[in-house]
Design a protein around this ligand. Sequence first.
Ligand code: CA
Length: 230
Amino acid sequence: MVLVVEDERNIRDLVCLHLAVEGFTCETAATGTDALARAGERTFSLVILDLMLPELDGVSVCRAIRRGGVNRETPILMLTARREEADKVVGLDSGADDYLTKPFGVRELMARVRALLRRRPSAPAVPASDPPIAHGDIELDPARRRVRVAGDDVTLTAHEFRLLHVLLSEPGIVFTREALLKRTWQEDTFVTVRSVDTLIKRLRRKIERDPSEPRVILTVWGSGYKAADV
Ligand code: CA
């Protein structure tokens, strides 16, 4: 079941038609608020989300979906009018997994859809028996699957939790994007290193005091990322 959010009827119908040919069922929404209402009702396998929408734009919808609820981890494919717009959307880290610029070909649309669905990630779980980690004012507790920053609970997705655990387990050790990719997504080959950057950004927004000047997860230029030494 795919949620298609698009206010232009022609595009909406076209997308649904081709998804139907491939055996998917579509639910549709024409406004941002309608999209959020539907996303709150049931879990979708994929959300195709137009950027420019009446009432609430695609980025706001995307962020709201990622904040919590049953579709928190559902892949989101953003539709945008221009490439610069798309780069901004993904760069700004709205939570979208991929984008497609209009006008797009049906073949490209379906290739992206299939790739996102195959990605369907189940993060390798951090064993509950692993000892809790304290790093500065961050506490990570595998048994309770809980992260606290300065005493406050922070809600992380399975991948964010896993990635944070990898980094905090070995502070000061530099991990390449490829290494983090492997450890966070295991054998899932449909995820690219860009997914690591996106995940790092999301994580920083949740755990760093000032995400623009990270103190916990540091970028090592030309190499990758590391957790700061404690
Ligand atoms: Ca639109």
